[in-house]
Structures are given as C-alpha cells and as structure tokens.
Design a binder for this molecule. Structure first.
Ligand code: PRX
Length: 567
C-alpha cells in the first residue's frame, strides 16, 4: 500500500498541518532541520537504525546509524562554533559525495548557520561568483579541491576558514586552512542546537538564470514541512526502504531529497560516490538491495543506451518504486523502465526555487507516459496565457507554468537580489519559466523552457555566464550561446563566436576554447560545439538574438525577425 493512498482523497482534505502534526511541530515552535534529521529520529528510538550506507568509487564502505549522524553532526557543529561561525553565516560544502557532504549540512544547521552546497566540479569563476555573492564565511572541502579555493582566496576577504576534512598532515596547511576529521573528532553526545524558527534561513542554492550571474535561492527551515510530506507521498518512502537518490547535493534534489526528506523520515539511504556507469549502478542496487530509486532522465537514457543485456547480469528485484526529476522524461524511458525493471519511473517536476516536488505522478495513479502528472495536494498549479498572465479557461493550450505562492518550501528570496525575485511574480502567480499544457484530466505536459536557460543532463546552464566567460578568451570578439539537441543529455551547450582580427578559425582553437570554459566554469558549462561565424544576429539596439540561433539548431520556425539589425 502506498503512503499517499488515494490522490483524490488527499486533495480534498489537504492541509499542510498534516505534515506539521506528523513532525510534531506547532507554529511558533523552534524548528531546526539539523535536529529533525538526527536527534528527533534518535528520540523516536531509531538511533541504531542505519541512516547512511556509503560507498566510494574504489569500493570502500562506511556505515552510519542515526546515533552516528547525530553525534557526528554535533561534532561538526561544535567545531564550527569554536571557529566563531554565527547564526546565518554562510558555510559552503564543497566536496565529492563523501559522508561529510551530507552530515556536514546537519552540523551547519545546528549552529544556526546557512548551508551552501557547491558542486565539486566547479572551478575558478563558478566557485568565486557563488562564494563572493553569498559572502561565505567558511568552506568545508577535501584536500583535492583545496587548490581551487586557494586560487581565488585573494578575492574573497570574507572567507575566513577553509576546513579540510581529509588532511593527512603531510603538506603544510596554507593561509586560513584548518583540518577537521570526522573520524578523529570526539563524538559529542549533546550540542545545544540553535533555536532556529520556521522562517530562519537554512540553505542557499545557486541556480542559473538567463541574465546576470547565478542567483542564490534562499530557503528556510520551514521547507521541511513540504520536503517531509512529498518524500512520504511521492517518493513513497517507507520504514524498511533502502533509498538511493543519485543527485549530488550541489543541486537541490540532492539536499531536499538526498538529505532532508529521507532523514527527517528516519529512512536508510545509500550513497555512491562515483561517476555514472550502468554496471556500477546496477551492482550498487543489487548489493544494497535498493528499494526506492530517485534519478534523472539523462541517467535513465544512458542506462537504456547501455542495453538490456547488462541488466540481466544483476538481481534488481529489490526495486519497489522509481522516480525521476530534472528534465523531460520521454515516454520511451517510462515504457522501457516498466518493461525492464517491472516498474515505471514516475516523473516529478519542480525547481530549486520551489524547494520540493510541485507536479508529479503518484504511486497508484494512472500514468500517462510523457506527462509530468498532477499538482501535489496543497499546490495550485496552472498554465497562464503569456499575453494576459491569466489562467486559460480551456484545456490543452500551451502556456506558462505558474504556481500560487504559499507552500512551505517556496524560496523566500534570491540572495541580495530582491528585484530578480519580484520579477518572478505576475498577477499573484509565481512564474516557473517553463511552458506546458494541461489536459482534461488535469495532467501537465511539459513543452520547454520559456527562456534561454539550457538544461543539459538536468543541470541548468546560463547562456549569459558562458558568453561572459568566452569573451575573456583572447581570440573571441563576440559570442552567443544556445542549446543544441542531444540524444542522451537532451540538450548540450553550443557556442557561436566571432573572432578578433588576427585569429583564424581552426579545430585546435575550438578545442582550446572548450578547455578554457571547462577550466574557468565547469565541465557542465563547456560547449560541446563551437561554430565560427562572421557576425551574430542582433536587434537594432545591438542585443544578440539567441532565439534565431536556437531555432536553427532545433529546426524550428525562426518566427518574428522584425527587430533584426540586418533584415
Ligand atoms: O525546466 C524545468 C526542468 O528543470 C528546471 C528546474 O531546474 P533546477 O532548478 O536545477 O531543479 C532541478 C531539480 C528539481 C525546471 O524549471 N525540470 C525539472 N523537472 C522537470 C523538468 N523539465 C521537465 N520535466 C520535469 N520533470
């Protein structure tokens, strides 16, 4: 029996107090996610239950019970406290998927500070921009990533502490560096958890927009109320589950459903700190008897590509429930998973800004492959006419996906950018920036983004950020960045560039430019193709029209070009 039972019944009597009651939270109480995800579970008598099963790429294993993560997060909190970290200070977690990346967040939250996960593949500029914007006080990292921090340290006077979790004592520590070892730290049984309130900030997640630098989405401790209930009703987490969320906590899926959701429910979760390979993934499921698997369309398409023969080598019979997020889940992937695993991946739709699942397929509900499903109880979702910002009064029309603000995990603002936050609302609706239609039965059908943001393998890339970085290359005069179709990643980054006098187009230069971006931003933002052009299409006011380049890549109608400079 699924946790949600009947979707219709849940819809009728819905109130967020259902979640508050289960969490034992009353409005006005203190609310600290760090405490909820560890101490509270122990107080419920589940301290000896496994919280985390961890495996590295080389097969090393670690296991943590709820007592372990409670004490370990206390140790981290006490350590941060000792360094002088204060409530609402930003503390960044910049590591591979090591246990500290997960438990560390609980420690940060227990001090009242704000957790800021950044993907460990970020380099120089990507890292700098996000640490600078957040005015981060401390960064918790591994020795292999410390050189990247050292490189930008001069430009980050507010970054006082670089905490290295695996310092081996061999090379001398540099300026502002301090070691902390979870294994060597004395486990602390009691830490005075800072009494954060519902509206106290908890997390800062950076996401890409069309213009400007990445924006820091500010979440608060009350987001727990959404994350807990969606973990229960959509991910259908149950007492005996072994849950695997494949997302890195550098992205919101990896925190909302890779830390907060499962641990606030007292669930055992497994983490594989290794890159993608079909064999390794199936082996992991078999070894840990994974029952609930939350992943992403690109991974599913990669598994499909790896073929059905490899599946047969493993016993995947433990799988009970599968879900997906981050990009459009094509109907073939749904049908394939049902055929191969005996269970269909259920699509879920949400964003960094929404903090929790908004639209979804629910266990037990009829699946329409290719549809994202229906709004979560308590969420009012619709599509708006892009001209009037009013909901359509007929079904089937493509419009802007909009949500009525007011659910617990809605972002509270963009960090230091209230104006960008305000621009996300029209007519009392929060605009997601996506387009869809709704059918007669209330199912949402995703169409695409309503802006130029590129979704490559589930990661949002800002064309602006890549264009700005390209302009720093000595050979490039102008640049325009758009998405290009790709069978596995759905979209990849493509750059159009004009060269400065004295530079000639060549394959070597193309590779050099790609590498330049990889080293400056991250492998995700690296263009997969560079096209040299004589000039870029521009409006009469000189603004580059990415829309035209995008339409060409996707074989679409170019549309209105009346603003074009050279027509
Ligand atoms: O465009 C939508 C796409 O990913 C965007 C949100 O990305 P991010 O903030 O990084 O959060 C991703 C994980 C929650 C959305 O605006 N997206 C997300 N889920 C889906 C999706 N596109 C299609 N189908 C989905 N299920």
């Amino acid at each position: 029996m699924s946790n949600i039972g009947s979707y219709e019944v849940r819809l009728k009597d819905f109130n967020w107090s259902i979640s508050e009651k289960e969490l034992g939270y009353k409005p006005g109480n203190t609310l600290n996610i760090g405490w909820y995800c560890s101490d509270r579970i122990c107080l419920q008598g589940k301290g000896d239950k496994l919280a985390l099963l961890w495996e590295s790429s080389t097969g090393a294993e670690k296991k943590f019970t709820y007592h372990d993560i409670r004490r370990a997060s206390n140790s981290i909190a006490a350590f941060l406290h000792g360094l002088g970290i204060k409530p609402e200070d930003r503390v960044c977690l910049f590591m591979d998927k090591v246990p500290e990346l997960y438990i560390g967040l609980l420690g940060i939250l227990k001090t009242g500070a704000i957790g800021q996960h950044l993907f460990s593949a970020f380099v120089d500029e990507s890292l700098f921009v996000r640490l600078d914007n957040a005015q981060t006080s401390a960064i918790i990292t591994q020795k292999k990533h410390a050189p990247k921090v050292r490189k930008i340290l001069d430009r980050l006077p507010r970054l006082k502490h670089i905490i290295i979790v695996d310092y081996d004592g061999k090379t001398p520590l540099r300026e502002r560096e301090v070691p902390f070892s979870l294994e060597k730290a004395v486990p602390i049984d009691h830490f005075d958890v800072y009494p954060t309130q519902a509206e106290s900030p908890s997390l800062l997640h950076y996401t890409s927009g069309t213009t400007g630098q990445p924006k820091g989405v500010k979440h608060v401790h009350y987001s727990l109320v959404s994350q807990y209930l969606t973990s229960k009703w959509v991910l259908d987490l149950q007492e005996d589950d072994i849950y695997w969320c494949t997302a890195d906590p550098g992205w919101v899926t990896g925190t909302s459903y890779g830390i907060v959701g499962p641990w606030s429910m007292g669930i055992t979760q497994a983490v594989l700190d290794a890159g993608f390979s079909a064999e390794a993934w199936y082996k992991f499921i078999e070894k840990y008897r994974i029952t609930m698997w939350y992943s992403a369309p690109t991974a599913i398409r990669s598994l499909m590509k790896a073929g059905n023969e490899v599946v047969k080598k493993y016993d995947l019979s433990s799988l009970r429930h599968l879900a997906s997020v981050g990009e459009p889940l094509n109907p073939e992937a749904v049908i394939w998973s049902e055929r191969i695993f005996g269970k269909a991946f259920l699509d879920t739709y949400w964003q960094t800004e929404t903090g929790s699942i908004m639209i979804s397929n629910y266990p037990g509900m009829k699946i329409k492959p290719g549809s994202m499903g229906k709004a979560f109880p308590g969420i009012t979702a619709t599509v708006l006419d892009p001209k009037t910002y009013e909901p359509y009064n007929v079904t089937g029309k493509i419009g802007l996906i909009a949500l009525k603000p007011g659910w617990p995990s809605m972002m509270r603002t963009y960090w230091n950018n209230e104006e960008a936050y305000k621009n996300k609302f029209k007519n009392g609706w929060y605009l997601t920036g996506d387009r869809a239609s709704i059918d007669k039965e209330g199912y949402f059908w995703f169409v695409g983004r309503d802006d130029d943001v590129i979704n490559t393998a589930g990661h949002l890339v800002s064309p602006f950020e890549v264009e700005s970085a390209l302009l720093e290359h000595p050979a490039i005069a102008e640049s325009a960045v758009v998405s290009k179709p790709d069978p596995i990643n759905m979209e990849v980054v493509k750059a159009f560039v004009t060269l400065k006098p004295g530079f000639a187009a060549s394959t070597d230069l193309e590779l050099e430019i790609m590498n330049f971006i990889r080293k400056k931003l991250s492998p995700l933002a690296m263009p997969q193709e560079i096209e040299y052009v004589e000039s870029l299409p521009k409006t009469r006011s000189g603004k580059i029209m990415r829309r035209i380049l995008h339409a060409k890549e996707w074989g679409e109608e170019i549309g209105d070009t009346s603003a074009l400079e050279n027509d």
